[in-house]
Design a protein around this ligand. Structure first.
Ligand code: TXA
Ligand code: MG
Length: 335
C-alpha cells in the first residue's frame, strides 16, 4: 500500500487533508492523525471490524483497550453509560486537552475498543486537525498512538512514517505535537479517582478538581493490570536507556565507565549539567522546564534510535509533580 502524507500548513491544504482523512475513515480505513499529545492511529470507534485493523497494524495485544476521541461533551456522553458530575467537572477544567477519562462504557462501543472490559477511555483532544476530522466524520475515533506496539510514540509525521509506511493509506502532517507525551489516564469508575497513566496534567491539578485521588502505584504486575500502559516495560527505544544524576562531567564519565559501551554510540540527554567533552552530535540539550522537555523527549529518543545509539543516558528529571509524567515514561523506557 502506498502511504500518502498530506501537509496542512495553509488553509486549503488543511481543508484538503481533513477531507481526505474523513473520506478514508468513512470508507473503513485506518489513518494517522496528529493530536496535541502524540500522533494517533485512528479508525471509526463504533465499527468493530475497522478497530480490529488497528490492532493488526500495530501488532497490539488484544487485552489493551483503545482510547476513544470525541469532540464535545455530547459525543463523550454517547460513548459512556454515565457521564457523572465529576466527569463534567474534569471536562470543564481540562478538555479539550491531554486527559483521558475512564468511564462505564455505552453499549454501542465495540468489545475490542474496551478490550472486553466494562469501561471506556474517552478524550476530547485539542489539536485542530483531529477536531476537524472528528467533527466532519460525526463519529468518535478510536486511536492509540501511531507506533508499532511497545515502541516510542510518534510526535511528528516522519516518526509515523518510519514505523508505518506502507501499512496505512494516509498520514496527516500536523506538525510537531505540542505536549509530546501521551495523555494522563484517569479512572473515574473508582472513588476516589485513580491515575492509571501519569501525564502532563498531573496529580495536583487533578486533585484540585476531584478533591481527592487514590495513591498511585505504577509498577503493577500484569495480573492486576488495569491499564496495560502501566506495564513497567513499555514505550522503549531500541537502545538501552539509563537515568543518572551527575554534578559534573567527571562524575558522569566515571559512572559511564561501569557500563560496557563505546562513547561513540553513547548519547546523552541533558537539561542542567551539559557535558562538553562528548561528540556534540551525541549530546541533546533540552530546556529545563517540564513542558519543553516533554515536547522534545520522544523526538530525541527517535533520533537516538535512528542514529544507532546503543546507550542513552538521560539526566534524571526533578521529582516535582510537573515532571511526574516525564519521569514515568523515562522509567518505562529504562525498564
Ligand atoms: O495521548 C494519548 O492518549 C494518545 C493520543 C493518540 O490520544 N493515545 C494513546 O493511546 O496514548 P495508547 O493506546 O497508546 O495508550 C492508551 C492507554 C493504554 O495504556 C491503555 O491501556 C489505556 O490508555 N486505556 C485505554 N482505555 C482504557 C480503559 N478503558 N481502562 C483502562 N485503561 C485504558
Ligand atoms: Mg501507545
Amino acid at each position: 500500500m502506498k502511504t500518502e502524507i498530506l501537509p496542512t500548513h495553509t488553509k486549503s491544504l488543511f481543508n484538503a487533508a481533513v477531507k481526505r482523512a474523513v473520506e478514508l475513515l468513512r470508507a473503513g480505513e485506518v489513518v494517522a492523525l496528529p493530536t496535541e499529545t502524540v500522533y494517533g492511529l485512528a479508525a471509526n470507534a463504533l465499527d468493530e471490524t475497522v478497530v480490529a485493523k488497528i490492532f493488526q497494524i500495530k501488532g497490539r495485544p488484544e487485552h489493551n483497550p483503545i482510547i476513544v476521541h470525541v469532540i464535545g461533551n455530547d459525543m463523550a456522553k454517547s460513548c459512556v453509560k454515565d457521564f457523572s458530575a465529576l466527569a463534567e467537572n474534569f471536562s470543564k477544567s481540562f478538555w479539550p486537552g491531554p486527559l483521558t477519562l475512564v468511564l462505564p462504557r455505552a453499549n454501542n462501543i465495540p468489545n475490542n475498543v474496551t478490550a472486553g472490559g466494562e469501561t471506556v477511555g474517552v478524550r476530547w483532544p485539542s489539536h485542530p486537525i483531529m477536531q476537524a476530522v472528528i467533527r466532519e466524520c460525526g463519529f468518535p475515533l478510536a486511536a492509540p498512538s501511531a507506533n508499532l506496539s511497545n515502541q516510542i510514540s510518534p510526535t511528528n509525521a516522519a516518526h509515523v512514517r518510519a514505523q508505518l509506511d506502507g501499512k496505512i493509506p494516509l498520514i496527516v502532517d500536523g506538525g510537531q505535537s505540542q505536549v509530546g507525551i501521551e495523555s494522563t489516564v484517569l479512572d473515574l469508575t473508582v472513588s476516589p479517582p485513580r491515575i492509571l497513566r501519569p501525564g502532563m496534567i498531573h496529580a495536583e491539578s487533578l486533585a484540585a478538581v476531584a478533591g481527592n485521588l487514590q495513591p498511585s502505584t505504577f509498577n503493577l504486575q500484569p495480573s492486576t493490570l488495569r491499564s496495560p500502559g502501566m506495564l513497567a516495560k513499555h514505550y522503549s527505544p531500541k537502545a538501552k536507556l539509563v537515568i543518572l544524576h551527575w554534578s559534573d562531567e567527571s562524575e558522569l564519565v566515571s559512572q559511564l565507565s561501569t557500563f560496557n559501551f563505546q562513547l561513540s554510540t553513547t548519547h546523552v540527554i541533558a537539561h542542567t549539567e551539559i557535558p562538553a567533552g562528548f561528540p556534540p552530535e551525541n549530546v541533546s540539550v533540552i530546556p529545563h522546564d517540564a513542558e519543553s522537555f516533554a515536547r522534545a523527549l520522544y523526538g530525541e529518543l527517535h533520533r537516538c534510535d535512528a542514529a544507532g545509539a546503543e546507550l542513552i543516558v538521560v539526566e534524571a528529571p526533578p521529582e516535582t509533580p510537573e515532571w511526574s509524567g516525564i519521569a514515568d515514561r523515562l522509567r518505562r523506557a529504562a525498564a
